[in-house]
Ligand binder design. Structure first.
Ligand SMILES: [Zn+2]
Length: 74
């Protein structure tokens, strides 16, 4: 009786350990971009992560081309 209980306990602990390490691996692989704040391009109004945006005069743009043709829609 006792050894069977001990084996069951060891199996439960092993399952928890495997689940925990798998979850840690998944968390590490998840892109951090989702956590970054998003900004909107002043030219085409697309949303993109702040750390990927081109900044000109405090305005955010999705790419260098849109930052250069800064004049917005008529
Ligand atoms: Zn743009």
């Amino acid at each position: 009786m006792f050894p069977r209980l001990l084996i069951a306990l060891i199996v439960v602990i092993a399952v928890f350990a495997v689940m925990r390490s798998a979850r840690a691996r998944l968390g590490a692989r998840r892109p951090r971009v989702l956590d970054a704040k998003t900004v909107q391009c002043e030219r085409c109004e697309v949303y993109l992560p702040r750390n990927e945006a081109v900044v000109r005069d405090g305005q955010h743009y999705c790419c260098e081309a849109h930052a250069q043709e800064r004049d917005p829609k008529p």
